[in-house]
Write a protein that binds this ligand. Structure first.
Ligand code: F6R
Length: 242
C-alpha cells in the first residue's frame, strides 16, 4: 500500500523522509537500515547526521545493508557506493565498519559475491529500506525486465542508466561500469517498511508507472504495489504526471 507525500522542494522532501526514518529509529531496538546511494537520499543522510550530532543518537548497534555496488572498481575508488556511503553518511556516525554491509564488486567472481550477500541479508529483516528510482523505473539496479522473484544478483546496466550515471564519471559514459551487484526485487520486498524518494521531472514517468501503471517487469518499481507499507516522498516535478 502506498502513502504519497508531495513536497515543494528537495529540502522538504529530505525532511519528510527523515521523519519516517526517525519514526523507525525512535521505536525499534537496533533497527536494520536498508540504504541507497545516488543523488536523491543525500538530504536524508544530512538530516540523519544532524540528528546524530544534535541528539547524540547512537548507531553503534545498528546494522546497515546497501542496495548495490558497481562491479570492477576497487572498493576505495572514488565512485564506488562503499566510498559514497562513507563520504555521505557513515564517516559522520558512530557505526562500526563491521555493522555496515555493501555488496562487494571486487574479485573475479561477482556472482559468488552476490550469493554471499543474499545469504547474509536473508538472516535479517530490514526495518526500513530507502529507495530512489531510475528514470526507467529501476529500483536498486533492477532494470526493466528483471524478474519480480529476483534476489541479489549481478545485473547489466542499461544504456539509459549508464547515461544517467555518467555525470559521476566526468560525463564520460565509457568510464561507467557496465555491471553491478544488486539486491533483487524479492530481496527488497522483504523489508518491513519502504521509503521511496523521487525528485525532478525526469522521474515523473517512472513515478507514474510505479503508482498508477500496470504491475509489470517493464517498470520494476511497480512491484511495490504489492508491498504493505511504502511511503513515496516526491517533489512537485516528480509528481507532475500523477
Ligand atoms: C542507488 C540505486 C539506484 C538509484 C537510482 C536513482 O543505490 O540503487 O536505483 O536509487 O538510480 O538515482 P539518483 O538518486 O541519483 O537519481
Amino acid at each position: 500500500m502506498f502513502k504519497t507525500i508531495v513536497c515543494k522542494n528537495y529540502d522538504e522532501v529530505s525532511l519528510e523522509a527523515f521523519k519516517v526514518m526517525k519514526g523507525v529509529l525512535d521505536t525499534e531496538v537496533n533497527p536494520i537500515l536498508g540504504l541507497a546511494t545516488g543523488s536523491t537520499p543525500v538530504g536524508l543522510y544530512k538530516n540523519m547526521i544532524k540528528d546524530h550530532e544534535e541528539t547524540g543518537r547512537s548507531y553503534k548497534d545498528i546494522l546497515t545493508f546497501n542496495l548495490d555496488e558497481y562491479v570492477g572498481l576497487p572498493r576505495d575508488h572514488e565512485q564506488t557506493y562503499w566510498t559514497f556511503m562513507h563520504e555521505n553518511l557513515f564517516n559522520y556516525l558512530d557505526c562500526p565498519d563491521c555493522n555496515i554491509h555493501v555488496p562487494s564488486g571486487v574479485g573475479d567472481d561477482p556472482e559468488k559475491n552476490a550469493r554471499e550477500y543474499e545469504e547474509e541479508l536473508a538472516k535479517h529483516t530490514v526495518s526500513i529500506q530507502v529507495l530512489g528510482i531510475g528514470s526507467d523505473g529501476h529500483i536498486a539496479f533492477n532494470e526493466p525486465g528483471t524478474p519480480f522473484d529476483s534476489v541479489t544478483h549481478v545485473a547489466e546496466l542499461t544504456e539509459q542508466t549508464i547515461s544517467d550515471n555518467a555525470r559521476f564519471f566526468e560525463g564520460d559514459k565509457s568510464q561507467v561500469p557496465t555491471k553491478a551487484v544488486t539486491m533483487g526485487l524479492a530481496s527488497i520486498m522483504r523489508a518491513k517498511k519502504i521509503i521511496l524518494i523521487a525528485t525532478g521531472a525526469n522521474k515523473a514517468d517512472a513515478v507514474y508507472g510505479m503508482l498508477k501503471g500496470k504491475k509489470t517487469i517493464d517498470c520494476p518499481a511497480s512491484i511495490l504495489q504489492d508491498h504493505a507499507d511504502v511511503t513515496v516522498i516526491m517533489d512537485e516535478a516528480a509528481a507532475s504526471k500523477l
